[in-house]
Design a protein around this ligand. Structure first.
Ligand SMILES: [Cu+2]
Length: 316
């Protein structure tokens, strides 16, 4: 016959069991707290690989600055971007957004960044593009900021087709917001119209490719698309917060998100699309349609009046 446990024994078991559960949780909780202060330069113990014997053999050290794209070879696409501060705005080659860059997949791209008058220095980050580390344009991490009077050459082959963009990665809250960015399109679609719609808010005013209000997708207002014509619209959210877009006039398709093609896209109507900060959404429009991006800014193909924003988001 089993004797029932003494009351004091049961209390001890309960306390031990509770500690066994709460102890590790408590440890994990305190271990995951963000420290009150920390130093970016102090990264703990360096692991150079090769096990304990090699732990102090620093011969394998290398600089991130050495991880460049191809240093030789004639570039397929080559341009110079000159950065300036003009009042509150930042420009590249005198405009914001900067020039659209178009390349095909696998081509060698060479961009010479010249800082003419941006006091805090400037870099170019290739948002969404899989580049060698030294071409990534992150000031203080992969390169030094390019100071006034200096230049820096970026060279890389474009690995994947898709809609991307570039922007400064130095004092970004001021420089990107103030206009130091542009579109990068790799590859081209078979659509009759293939256009970038770079959305940016300058001083509270929502714009498309720098223009507030309604823009014509083809640059020419008026005649409706010819029967069967399709437009690819590459929406880029260059703001630091999300935006919503909606399409009036025709069912539409989302054919790519953040540079990646959507598998078997289907027709959508009466739904908004959330575009995250820095995100890209490529739309396919089957004829006359209007893409609203909020704040009164829209891109229109043919002539289509604005419909109210649908309440529901896609994938909600
Ligand atoms: Cu970015």
């Amino acid at each position: 016959m089993r004797r029932p446990l003494r009351r004091s024994t049961r209390v001890v078991i309960a306390v031990v069991a509770t500690l066994a559960v709460l102890g590790p949780l408590g440890y994990l909780w305190q271990d995951s707290l963000v420290p009150g202060t920390y130093d970016m330069a102090s990264m703990g113990t360096m692991d150079f690989g090769g096990g304990p014997a090699a732990a102090h053999a620093h011969g394998d050290e290398f600089s991130v600055a050495a991880l460049t794209g191809p240093s030789t070879g004639k570039p397929d696409v080559s341009l110079t971007l000159t950065a300036r501060k003009e009042g509150k705005r930042y420009t590249l080659n005198g405009a914001t957004p900067g020039p659209q860059i178009h390349a095909r997949r696998g081509q060698l791209l060479q961009v010479t960044l010249v800082n003419e008058s941006v006091p805090d220095g400037v870099t170019l980050h290739w948002h969404g593009v899989d580049v060698p580390n030294a071409e990534d344009g992150v000031a203080g991490v992969t390169q030094d900021a390019v100071r006034v009077g200096e230049r820096h050459v970026y060279r890389f082959t474009t690995p994947d087709e898709g809609t991307y963009w570039y922007h400064s990665h130095q004092v970004s809250h001021s420089q990107v917001r103030g206009g130091l960015f542009g579109a990068l399109v790799v590859g081209a679609s078979a659509a009759e119209v293939d256009e970038v719609v770079a959305v940016h808010t300058y001083d509270g005013k929502r714009t498309i490719n720098g223009a507030p209000g309604v823009s014509s997708l083809t640059g020419i207002a008026g005649p409706s698309p010819s029967p069967g014509a399709v437009a690819r619209v590459r929406v880029i959210n260059t703001d630091a917060g999300p935006i919503r877009l909606w399409v009036s006039g025709a069912p539409y398709r989302v054919v790519a998100v953040d540079g990646h093609a959507v598998y078997r896209p289907s027709d959508i109507s009466d739904k908004s699309v959330l575009v995250t900060a820095g995100g890209r959404v490529d739309l396919s429009l089957p004829g006359a349609a209007r893409v609203d991006v909020g704040g009164g800014a829209a891109a229109v193909w043919g002539s289509v009046p604005s419909a109210p924003q649908p309440r529901a988001d896609l994938d909600e």
